[in-house]
Design a protein around this ligand. Structure first.
Ligand code: HSE
Length: 436
């Protein structure tokens, strides 16, 4: 059979990895796919670098439009990123009858509904294993391996940069700003790390997983996005004393009222496997009603780990390209005409446990006032830690862990606690998930 022809948009870190792994493992990949997969065209603004990587094995152009319109390309791999030019090129590739493989989580989380619809109408496939957790085959697991299950929740460490920063903060007792600088020096964090540290990248990935898990459209605009830039080393230390680690989790949960979709620093019991995922590694914990908990661990970024996911998509498409479009695996796991309109819940309606830290005057009645406010808001205390005031200090820290309650109850209670004359400054609120 003739090779399937691939056009690559962008031959940076992941593009080069894809080219190299395809070449290195060509024979085994062909045996798996049933026909050869050949990169025939590469578009990159840096044509000299592209020539150097490809060594004359394929046509190199500097205009991506030439690839997405070429009659000699069957599959387009989009590795440009962002939602500007990448969106135009993906839609143009679809309009020209090309299947598309993309690692672009930002694009799919924000414009996925339009892109999947265009692909559906045209009868082509959009594959995006590399968009979530890099080399971990979590899309495949959710969409196919766990297809028997009613997925109950997913909790993932899906941003390596922030996991590296949190691991370093905990290990070395350093503050966020110091570790961020170090992460940038080592190349873990981008020069502009906003998307990573503010939770946006993780929220893109959680949005995609949520759509696949529950058969709902992608709805990034409804996700709660909170990063780690305001997290204090003090809270990492107190959490540790109480038996918890703080991780930036992407969480999506099915509840009777709707779907929770949120990214925020989260306390999790130190004894959970996922709490021990350190450095830039990623892990995703999925709870299905039949299988129970399953955990997926691996590299969430990098040249060949991400290429591993890109090539898995190429093989999938190669195997299914000749299949009747009606009988392919649906993009979002559920048949397009069977999607649900289950609402994504506003943050005030989510239910979880909380870590509250307050700085209070060390005098009679203060604790009683705080616990009265919590009781009045129907918030039950699970654990408490009070520190002796430091030498010569009149105030001290109180840390409380609550049982599960609604976010709006906690917000209301915090307002009242902060209004007490014996409480200094703001109450620090972090969310806690037992993940059991
Ligand atoms: N910037 C991401 C991370 C990798 O730090 O995990 C690509 O999504």
């Amino acid at each position: 059979m003739k090779p399937i022809r691939v056009g690559l948009l962008g031959i940076g870190t992941v593009g080069a990895g894809t080219f190299n792994v395809l070449k290195r493992n060509q024979e085994e990949i062909t045996r798996r796919a049933g026909r050869a997969i050949q990169i025939t065209m590469v578009a990159d603004l840096n044509t000299a670098r592209a020539q150097e990587i490809t060594g004359g094995a394929c046509q190199v152009v500097n205009d991506a439009n030439l690839v997405v319109t070429s009659p000699d390309v069957d599959i387009v791999i989009e590795l440009i990123g962002g939602y500007g030019i990448a969106k135009d090129l993906v839609l143009k590739a679809i309009a020209n009858g090309k299947h598309v493989v993309t690692a672009n989580k930002a694009l799919l989380a924000t414009h996925g509904n339009e892109i999947f619809k265009a692909a559906q109408d045209k009868g082509v496939m959009i594959a995006f294993e590399a968009a979530v957790a890099g080399g971990i085959p979590i899309i495949k697991a959710l969409r196919e391996g766990l297809t028997a299950n009613r997925i109950q929740w997913i909790a993932g460490i899906i941003n390596g940069t922030t996991n590296f920063i949190l691991s370093e903060m905990r290990d070395k007792g350093l503050d966020f700003a110091t570790v961020l600088k170090e992460a940038q020096r080592l190349g873990y964090a981008e020069a502009d790390p906003t998307f990573d540290i503010e939770g946006v990248d993780a929220a893109h990935k959680a949005t995609i997983m949520s759509a696949i898990a529950y058969g709902v459209p992608v709805q990034f605009d409804k996700a709660h996005v909170e990063g780690i830039s305001k997290l204090q080393a003090t809270d990492i230390r107190y959490a540790e004393e109480l038996g918890y680690r703080i991780k930036l989790l992407g969480i999506t949960k099915r509840t009777d009222a709707g779907i929770e979709l949120r990214v925020h620093p989260t306390l999790i019991p130190a004894k959970r496997l996922i709490a021990n995922v350190e450095g830039a590694m990623n892990a995703v914990l999925v709870q299905g009603d039949a299988v129970g908990a399953t955990l997926y661990y691996g590299k969430g970024a990098g040249s060949e780990p991400t290429a591993s996911a890109v090539i898995a998509d190429l093989v999938d498409i190669t195997r299914l390209a000749t299949a009747d479009p009606e009988h392919r695996v649906p993009h979002l796991a559920f048949q397009p005409n069977a999607m649900a309109d289950t609402p994504i819940l506003p943050m005030s309606e989510i239910t979880t446990s909380y870590y509250l830290r307050m700085h209070v005057a060390d005098q009679p009645g203060v604790l009683a006032d705080v616990t009265r406010i919590l009781a009045d808001s129907m918030i039950s205390i699970d654990a408490m830690l009070q520190k002796e005031p430091a030498e010569g200090e009149t105030h001290t820290d109180i840390i409380m862990l609550t049982h599960k309650t609604k976010e709006k109850n906690v917000e209301a209670a915090i307002k009242k606690i902060e209004a007490l004359s014996t409480v200094m400054g703001q109450v620090t609120k972090l969310r806690l998930e037992e993940l059991s």
